[in-house]
Design a protein around this ligand. Sequence first.
Ligand SMILES: Nc1ncnc2c1ncn2[C@@H]1O[C@H](COP(=O)(O)OP(=O)(O)OP(=O)(O)O)[C@@H](O)[C@H]1O
Ligand SMILES: [Mg+2]
Length: 265
Amino acid sequence: MSHIAKAARDVPRMPEAIQSTAIDVRGLHVRRRRTTILRGLDFTVDSGRITGLLGPSGSGKTTLMRTLVGAQRITKGTVTVLGRPAGAASLRHEVGYLTQDPSVYPDLSVEANVRYFGAMHGMKAPDIAAAIAAVGLEKFTKQRAADLSGGEFSRVSLACALVSRPKLLILDEPTVGLDPVLRADLWERFAAMAAAGTTLLISSHVMEEASHSSSLLLLREGLLLAQLTPAELGERGHSSDLERAFLNIIRDAEAAAKVAPEEGR
Ligand SMILES: Nc1ncnc2c1ncn2[C@@H]1O[C@H](COP(=O)(O)OP(=O)(O)OP(=O)(O)O)[C@@H](O)[C@H]1O
Ligand SMILES: [Mg+2]
């Protein structure tokens, strides 16, 4: 283990009560160029749970995730991650981030890619092998990433995010482009990680995947429409089909915004 990784692990743990909240976002506004992308978000994410981040394309999911890992400047508000300001140096070993576009070296083998990211966190060979197995790529360990299928390639990126065994995993559309069997398999793995104490924040376009989360954040045009459980989503959206339920909630919000435009913004 590197000195840095050891130092990060030696940081005293916070009391249970404080630790039960992994992410605390208050009055978050983010502007890029002249556009306000996130418009006053308030929410918390519980530790050891899966929270789903759902919203149409362009609603701000990636921008929010980048903010949580400290890659996006905050215009206004506070973002606290594992008890520290988002992007704090000490969070580097505790937060794993899967970017929407796979960040993998195509010329390196699967193993070399995962080893490279693992080395930054002082991880050793058994950890590398475990991360590769966690995404079901054992058969391709020695294969060049460029020679993998699209779904396999994106799973290399996921293995790189998992390898440091972070307390908080932020995954931007990890199941996109995967077949239903692999998708189900990954969700089982995410559930096992949450059961072992990892906090997961996972964005998705696929509404049926929402049912795997304990809590859902519904984002639309940079506003948080609701934070609710999958069952509450069904109830509030008047449908057991979560896709339809979400559309109904969006339509209700649009109707409300038309009645009171200044309140919707
Ligand atoms: N660098 C930038 N400058 C200005 N606007 C940007 C920039 N990057 C993103 N945006 C805008 O911010 C909004 C939110 O983008 P973001 O990538 O966060 O959405 P998303 O919900 O992740 O979408 P998708 O589901 O397509 O990945 C979009 O309207 C996008 O055009
Ligand atoms: Mg995105």
